[in-house]
Design a protein around this ligand. Structure first.
Ligand code: NDP
Length: 301
């Protein structure tokens, strides 16, 4: 199958590209920069979608960029980089005379309100309550295909938790402090920490690209989280154990609020118990369902 991946040059996209190529699929990336094997967003806007059977969007300004101060201009970039690219792809799919059979949009679990008790499945009702949940609402709405296109193209939304892998995302920022023995729980540590191993997220996206016989006009939602429900405390202790390093320095919540901005620090200081109910029902088998196996693979022991 030919698959077009918006933002495919990034952390998740590189793993997805590797996986799809290993299965014999052909990949074209959509990027801000032209290059071999790539087209630009402007090319899609002016020339339409290249012939393909699957389309994925992973594009977005990084939310956890420690070098960017939390301000209105950064927030604007977070929204526009996701909503505009998603809209360009959805419009190109709708305008295509040979649309792909699958359209997969990767968003996030920030739509679910942080809670120590509530468990969220893909069927849980949610209404936006803060900046990040409003972003998810607008992002997912931008990907919605008109009814006549939805009859031809399967729409899937995947909502991942923190993606854990060796060469990017949260682990890349955490490994050095943990190696130095400076790792510790964030805030109270009791908050849920929804996570997924990078290989499993790539696997879920590949699974969602498979054609489906019966199409619904509404997107299928799959939570991209491991079935293990862990807290930040459990994650911290397991990472310390795997690295054989102490984790005795808790990071106070107010420090993260000041350093990252409270609207973004919620990703670390609060969390949601998210269950991959539909993902499991769809037949997907996790390679790394628990923290021990995931962290062993990532840290290389
Ligand atoms: P990356 O930070 O690696 O970025 C993916 C790609 O987005 C980049 O390679 C880049 O492609 C493109 N991009 C970056 N900034 C902009 C911008 N301002 N405008 C347009 N395109 C831009 O993301 P990940 O691979 O980590 O994540 C993929 C998606 O999954 C993102 O939407 C992210 O929000 C979501 N997600 C990720 C999680 C994680 O832990 N990593 C957790 C939950 C959700 P290029 O330079 O080629 O244009």
């Amino acid at each position: 199958m030919r698959v077009v991946i918006g933002g495919g040059s990034g952390f998740v996209g590189r793993e997805l590209t590797r996986l799809l190529k290993s299965k014999g699929h052909e990949i074209t990336l959509i990027s801000r920069q032209p290059g071999p094997g790539k087209i630009t967003w402007a090319d899609v806007e002016s020339g339409g979608l290249p012939p393909c059977e699957g389309a994925v969007n992973l594009a977005g300004e990084s939310i956890m960029n420690p070098l960017r101060w939390w301000n209105e201009s950064y927030k604007k970039d977070l929204v526009s980089s996701r909503v505009n690219t998603t809209r360009i792809l959805a419009q190109a799919i709708a305008a295509s005379s040979t649309p792909p059979h699958s359209w997969v949009l990767v968003t996030g679990v920030a739509c679910y309100k942080p809670s120590l008790q509530t468990q969220y499945t893909e069927e849980s009702e949610w209404t936006p309550f803060d900046f990040l949940s409003r972003l998810v609402k607008e992002w997912e709405a931008a990907g919605q295909l008109p009814e006549n296109s939805a009859k031809k193209t399967r729409q899937v939304i995947i909502r991942p938790g923190a993606v854990l892998g060796r060469d990017g995302g949260a682990m890349k920022q955490m490994l050095i402090p943990f190696w130095l023995g400076l790792g510790g729980t964030l805030g109270s540590g009791r908050q849920p920490f929804p996570w997924i191993h990078l290989s499993d997220l790539a696997g879920i996206i590949a699974h969602a690209l498979e054609p489906k016989e019966e199409l619904s006009t509404e997107p299928d939602v799959l939570n991209g989280v491991a079935p293990a429900l862990n807290t930040n405390f459990e994650f911290t202790k397991e990472l310390g154990r795997t690295l054989k390093r102490p984790t005795i320095f808790p990071v106070p919540g107010f420090f993260l609020d000041v350093f990252l901005g409270s609207e973004r620090a919620v990703i670390l200081t609060q969390g949601q118990k998210v269950v991959p109910k539909k993902t499991l029902e769809s037949g997907f088998k996790f390679q790394y369902p628990d923290l021990t196996s995931a962290l062993k693979e990532i840290v290389g022991y």
